[in-house]
Ligand binder design. Structure first.
Ligand SMILES: Cc1ncc(COP(=O)(O)O)c(C=O)c1O
Length: 366
């Protein structure tokens, strides 16, 4: 199958560029004390996770949800999974406890509720779930305050017989996208000082803290070289997007949303079929790949309206590829991605954890 035969809209992976990204990241973590725990949420695609793990320097995989972790286990990708997120909600702790019977599962906890929920479920299942206390390092999202609040929660975790305290995590998501390297380094250092000082506090109080997990694609070579950080949760680096392409990081754009021109009503404008049902725009409009002077004006449900140089010879029926500004939500819109090498489709990779896999696997019984 040739790229021009792929039904559009569709996701296309430049396999060679992706593999270079994966290998570059693995080589970076082959040196130094810190390892990589690739974030599965970025692509939700077992074939990509297999390649990330095969490249080496990994502790296991990171997931954002219990649904992703279940897919990782079902696919047999790794035995070591961190859900770097809180998992409150009906049935979730029970699913985590059940999963912990099959794999080595660690879950982020930032509240007594989260701890008790997990502990009760683990006890009922006769399993043991690992816990990282999630520290707020500056991103206004989840995480308990560093210092004494975190210590008190870690002591409660450590006192439980149904869960095991493994350490801390703290995601500096407010820092990973800062374009200026000096500012990114300074803000990452500040964020990580909150995490690392709390790790020391735990140890000073006789608690275990074998894992200190943090970082993303934008800080892999900053946070990943800080003494005391044991693993980095980067995800986007394998495929990249236009937001991360603005940073001085050594990864190539390996991923696009393929579309077909539907209409060229004016010489300087056209509409293609890769609209926002195929390509997210939460980080801004996508870029047009490989057409000098072309620019996305706006996306609507089924259309990308694109301004074109009048001299462009592109016609209705021709392919137009978009580089998304944010890969995670873009990938989540699709069922498969097409693996392309030298213009030939060499694989169709299921995005096995897209959407909410549990809605497919166990429909709610009324
Ligand atoms: C908890 C957590 N860790 C790490 C990441 C890093 O992912 P990426 O490398 O794609 O920036 C994210 C991204 O949102 C995240 O939410």
């Amino acid at each position: 199958m040739n790229i021009s035969e792929i039904p559009t809209p569709a996701l296309v992976v430049d396999v060679e560029a992706m593999q270079r990204n994966i290998d570059r990241m693995a080589r970076f973590f082959a040196e130094g004390g810190c390892k990589l725990r690739p974030h599965f949420k970025a692509h939700k695609t077992p074939e990509i996770a297999r390649r990330q793990l095969a490249a080496g320097s990994c502790t296991g995989l990171t997931c954002a949800t219990i649904g992703e972790a279940e897919v990782v286990a079902a696919e047999g990708l790794t035995n070591d999974v961190l859900i770097a997120n809180e998992i409150a909600g009906p049935g979730k702790a029970a699913r985590a406890a059940a999963l912990a019977q099959r794999i080595d599962l660690t879950v982020a906890v930032d509240s007594e509720y989260g701890l008790r929920d997990l502990e009760t479920a683990a006890r009922a299942a006769g399993s043991n779930v690992g816990v990282l206390v999630d520290i707020n390092v500056g991103l206004p999202r989840c995480g308990i305050a560093p210092g004494s609040d975190a210590l008190a929660l870690a002591q409660q975790v450590d006192a439980s017989d149904a869960v095991t305290l493994r350490g801390l995590m703290g995601y500096e998501g407010h820092v990973v996208g800062i374009e200026d390297r000096g500012e990114r380094e300074a803000r990452a250092a500040k964020a990580m000082s909150r995490l690392l000082e709390t790790a020391q506090l735990l140890r000073d109080n006789g608690l275990p803290c074998e894992i200190v997990s943090a970082g993303g694609t934008g800080t892999f070579d900053i946070t990943g070289r800080m003494e005391g950080v044991t693993e980095i949760q980067a995800g986007s680096y394998a495929l990249m997007d236009t937001a991360y392409a603005k940073l001085d990081i050594p990864f190539e754009q390996a991923f696009s949303v393929l579309g077909t021109m539907l209409s060229r009503p004016r010489p300087d404008q056209c509409a293609a079929d890769n609209g926002h049902k195929a390509c997210s725009q939460d980080h801004g409009n996508p870029d047009v790949k490989g057409i000098e002077g072309a620019r996305v004006l706006f996306l609507s449900d089924e259309h990308a309206t694109i301004s074109l140089p009048e001299s462009s010879t592109l016609a209705v029926g021709d392919s137009i590829e978009l580089w998304p500004s944010h890969i995670d939500p873009t990938i989540n819109l699709h069922d498969v991605m097409y693996a392309v090498e030298n213009g030939e489709v060499t694989g169709v990779w299921p995005i096995a954890a897209r959407g909410y896999p549990e809605q497919r696997q166990r429909p709610v019984a009324l």
